[in-house]
Design a binder for this molecule. Structure first.
Ligand code: ZN
Length: 188
């Protein structure tokens, strides 16, 4: 190899290593990787941020929720509404961090669990463990699995079986029901 050729070779190898790292980070290959994402979710939580536990229930009356939430948040979280696809700024959120329940601050997903589903709703292939309860709804005639925050009961979205491997799950979440806490500071 000439010097020029070897320079090209090392550049290409370097770019490949970076790309491969990105691909690996974005796409866990095995259920072991998924377990690790779930186990290590706190590494994505910003320093000094206090968050509640799933075992500390938050119960408020309908009127109290109305005061605490704006109309769009109330419609999704307390009335099982669905936001217009593409309407949430969180669709484009790609920074490292944690997505918490807008109703009660319970951490639900990390940035490493998010993927681009192309649906117009923030989508995740797995969740922080033990943070959701599920029920079956028939609003669109065909049964769908609704999921809600285990702490405050707020509705978040539906989970489908057309997500990417290895989980095959698509947690289709209303962005208006989430708050993003960037790990490295900056605008939430
Ligand atoms: Zn909640």
């Amino acid at each position: 190899m000439t010097r020029r050729e070897s320079l090209k070779f090392f550049l290409a190898a370097g770019i490949w290593t970076v790309l491969k790292g990105r691909l690996n980070a974005a796409q866990p290959a095995s259920m072991k990787d998924i377990e690790n994402l779930q186990k290590n979710w706190k590494t994505l939580l910003a320093d000094g941020v206090k968050v509640p536990l799933p075992s500390e229930p938050l119960k408020l009356s309908k009127e109290e929720w109305r005061k605490r939430l704006d109309a769009a948040q109330f419609n999704v979280l307390r009335e099982e509404g669905t936001e217009r696809p593409g309407s949430s700024p969180l669709n484009a959120e790609k920074r490292p961090g944690v997505f918490v329940c807008l109703g009660c601050n319970l951490p639900l997903f990390t940035s490493e669990m998010k993927y681009e589903s192309g649906t117009g709703w923030p989508s995740f292939f797995t969740t922080i463990p033990g943070v959701f309860g599920t029920s079956t709804d028939y609003k669109l005639i065909l049964p769908r699995t609704e999921y809600h925050c285990i702490r405050c009961g707020g509705h978040h979205g539906h989970v489908f079986d057309d997500g990417p491997p290895p989980t095959g799950k698509r947690w289709c979440n209303n962005g208006v029901a989430l708050r993003f806490i960037p790990r490295d500071g900056g605008k939430a």
